[in-house]
Design a protein around this ligand. Structure first.
Ligand code: A2P
Length: 263
């Protein structure tokens, strides 16, 4: 890892990339070095990108790895004409990305009041911050039950999440911490799978309550939401209808939201 001294690039770190995995035509993930002394809270995002024409081209990316990990992991969409992802998707082992090491975000425990169940609602690459949160021991110290949901159009798009859950089960120390507290609900909307439908529909028609033993309730439940603008709006509406109050770092509440990376 090099700290760049060039004036235009001051404040960004160069990080070597490894373990690039193309999950579908539309998504890929990769690991990279973690800058020395770089601290973040699980669920936060940082500005990462590439040097283009001598300048850093950066976008907000959720850090998918947990805060205890030596490496950083990112999960990205590929957008054909996206200024960054059209380039980033061609990363090769040993290439370098740039990162501004100033993590921020609201999908963090500090923005939520204490509760019993933690719901993590995601669509598509919105699962990334929750890949971090569900591998953080603090999550299981704070909650009795953790429910991660991901809705995608097609079955293959669920592979990253399925692999993530499997990797927790076979991890050296996580199984003992996670125990039987983690539930994963993966649904599709456009291709037939065992479980179909948007999670917003599952909540409204009682399927989610049936699957986890009770409807969303601000007394006991806390919610983090990450996905497209439309998805955030609908989930937020559902939370507010039930009396949930939105939280922030300065004023913790019952639910928090964040837009998933888009281009
Ligand atoms: P659908 O196929 O019914 O649109 P996208 O790739 O467009 O971001 O969508 C990812 C997933 O999120 C899809 O399964 C999509 O369902 C679902 N989705 C899109 N909009 C919403 C919404 N407003 N509320 C809940 N889920 C949504």
């Amino acid at each position: 890892m090099n700290q760049i001294v060039d004036k235009a690039l001051r404040g960004v770190a160069l990080l070597k990339v490894s373990n690039i995995r193309h999950w579908t035509d539309r998504t890929f993930s990769f690991d990279c070095e973690r800058p020395q002394g770089f601290r973040f809270r699980s669920g936060e995002f940082a500005m990462i990108g590439l040097i283009v024409d001598g300048k850093p081209l950066l976008r907000a990316y959720s850090i998918a790895s947990p805060s205890w990990d030596d490496e950083l992991e990112f999960y990205s969409i590929k957008v054909e004409d996206g200024p960054l992802t059209s380039r980033l998707q061609h990363l090769k082992e040993g290439d370098e990305i740039v990162m501004r090491p100033k993590p921020v975000g609201t999908l963090v425990h500090d923005a939520l009041l204490p509760g019993k169940r933690l719901f993590l609602f995601s669509t598509g690459t919105g699962i990334a911050p929750f890949a971090s949160v569900i591998r953080d021991p603090e999550t299981y110290e704070k909650f009795d039950q953790v429910i991660l949901t991901q809705t995608c159009r097609d079955v293959k798009e669920l592979d990253y999440g399925k692999h993530l859950i499997e990797s927790i089960k076979t991890h050296e120390f996580l199984p003992e911490i996670v125990g039987d507290k983690l539930t994963h609900i993966a649904t599709t909307t456009r291709e037939d799978s065992g479980q179909m439908g948007r999670m917003t529909d599952w909540i409204r028609d009682g399927r989610l309550a049936g699957a986890v033993g009770g409807d969303l309730n601000p007394e006991s439940d806390r919610v983090m939401i990450c996905g497209s603008m439309a998805m955030l709006k609908d989930h937020k509406e559902i939370c507010e209808e039930r009396g949930f109050v939105e939280g922030s770092n300065s004023e913790p509440g019952h639910f928090v939201i964040e837009k998933a990376f888009v281009d």
